[in-house]
Design a protein around this ligand. Structure first.
Ligand code: ZN
Length: 198
């Protein structure tokens, strides 16, 4: 129905989460209607994004530079405390509170929702290695307050406890089934302050 190049882009957009084929068609038509400069800039930005954005080699946050992200490289941060989160967007939520001054570790998901293959991709072994190598004193487990997040938290508690680090879980107060990414700052502050050992 559409020219081949047009269709190719529709297919790309349809493959994105929450974008159906109809929406993809509308988006591509929108891009087509923009003046050429805007669309070309969009393509350049996408190329730059694919080339220049990496995972931090230490905490798996999103990083503009190869190697460590800006948080890991910040000399003022407390390098003995790690806050474990499911996704990089959770880091942004914690950073907004300005209360947490340690480092992070992004798991890349949680334990229950994924296939065995995907679970292997979670950065759990890397976390264990960091706790050992970086002589971490406290690991704050800040997985989401969902059933899967709690399962992950219990599992992390079990494997981290023998490593001489204090392992704490952020307090409830976050609505069960909620998502840290969307929690307001006051709630997150309360959850951090009220954390307990697991
Ligand atoms: Zn980092």
């Amino acid at each position: 129905m559409f020219p081949k190049t047009f269709q190719k882009l529709i297919d790309q957009f349809s493959a994105l989460p929450s974008v159906g084929p109809k929406m993809a068609e509308r988006l591509v038509l929108y891009l087509f209607k923009q003046n050429t400069d805007t669309t070309k800039q969009f393509a350049r930005d996408l190329h730059e994004f694919a080339t220049n954005v990496h995972y931090c080699s230490r905490c798996y946050n999103i990083s503009e530079e190869e190697g460590e992200c800006s948080i890991c490289r910040d000399k003022k941060r407390d390098k003995k405390t790690i806050c474990v989160v499911e996704e990089p967007l959770d880091i942004i939520a914690f950073e907004k509170t300005r209360r947490f001054l340690g480092l992070y570790h992004v798991l890349g998901g949680n334990l229950s929702v994924m296939s065995a293959e995907e679970i292997k991709k979670l950065k759990i072994n890397q976390l264990v290695q960091r706790v050992k190598d970086e002589e971490i004193e406290e690991v704050i487990v800040a997985t989401n307050p969902t059933t899967d997040g709690e399962t992950t938290s219990l599992y992390l508690g079990r494997i981290l406890r023998p490593l001489n680090a204090k392992v704490t879980r952020i307090a409830r107060g976050l609505p069960t089934g909620g998502d840290i990414e969307y929690a307001d700052e006051m709630t997150l502050l309360g959850a951090l302050d009220g954390r307990r050992e697991i």
